[in-house]
Design a protein around this ligand. Structure first.
Ligand code: THG
Length: 263
């Protein structure tokens, strides 16, 4: 499983404050902790309240790269903000993300080609997130076709069927599970699959952690290859490691949780 740490995101109030006050130590602590707990990529999002997202992205990337070496997932709806990050990332970056809209895909896949980046494609378009698995698959197919048109290796494409909060769209979680299975069959080599796990439990307060980890194990069994999550949630990471063990992706031993973490 490719684990993308979600914590450097202006959606978190503490992170927004750290960005605004240029408190590098707070961001660097989050970067170091996430990598220590198993993140192999860090998502970087200036958040919805940033007044100058281009400058904030540049500062975040520089600040993070001063302490960790992992690749970064440049998370923004604005192409110029993403490009600012692409100019200075030292490891191969992931662009997070494009929608299935043709004009957006042309810009994003153009950037991916120019900077040799990987791309996350969301199965949504200007009309929003579709309700059914079938409509998600249709948009996924359009993204795959565009990636191929730009000469992107489909292994470097991550398709995100988009998890919505359970408390507003309960029926959608099951549609996402089925989408995961079928997305893997769209092309050869198979695209990666990914989603933002914490979306699912937004507004669920007390039960967030149990909802997240239960769904994650189900998704792993349905072909999820990568996930954006909070790697500091110990029980969640235990569930992830155990799910991979049960799918025979790691070797069982009495202390498999420790063994996996020490790798
Ligand atoms: N797909 C892709 N990228 C994504 C998402 C996705 N990036 C952003 C997001 N979704 C994944 N990251 C988060 C980060 C935080 C939360 C949810 C998803 C979150 N934050 C707390 C909340 O809203 O309750 C913040 C509250 C606080 O200040 O503590 O839930 O789906 N490709």
């Amino acid at each position: 499983m490719i684990i993308i740490g979600e914590l450097i995101n202006g959606m978190y109030k503490d992170v927004t404050r750290a960005i605004n006050n240029r408190e590098a130590d707070i961001i660097q602590h989050l970067a170091l902790e996430q990598v220590k707990e198993g993140a192999s990529i860090l998502d970087v999002n200036t958040g919805p309240y940033s007044k100058d997202p281009t400058r904030d992205m540049k500062w975040l990337v520089e600040t993070i790269q001063a302490v960790v070496e992992v690749p970064l997932s440049l998370d923004s709806t604005k192409a110029d903000v993403i490009e600012e990050g692409l100019k200075i990332t030292r490891k191969r970056a992931i662009i997070n993300s494009t929608s299935a809209d043709t004009d957006r895909m042309d810009i994003i896949f153009g950037l991916a080609k120019r900077y040799n980046a990987q791309v996350i494609g969301l199965t949504m378009d200007k009309t929003g997130v579709p309700n059914s698995k079938g409509d998600r698959l249709e948009l996924a197919q359009a993204i795959v076709a565009k990636a191929i048109e730009y000469g992107i290796n489909t292994e470097d494409l991550y398709l995100d069927p988009i998890l919505l909060p359970l408390n507003v769209a309960q029926a959608q979680a099951a549609e996402v599970l089925e989408s995961l299975r079928e997305i893997r069959l769209l092309c050869n080599p198979a695209p990666q699959t990914v989603f933002g796990l914490s979306n699912l439990s937004q507004g669920a307060y007390k039960s967030r952690s149990i909802i997240n980890r239960t769904f994650l194990t189900m998704a792993i069994a349905n072909g999820l290859t990568s996930v954006i999550l909070d790697p500091l949630d110990r029980k969640l990471m235990d569930a992830l490691i155990t799910a991979e063990l049960l799918l025979n992706k790691n070797i069982y031993c009495e202390s498999f949780l420790d063994a996996y973490r020490k790798r």
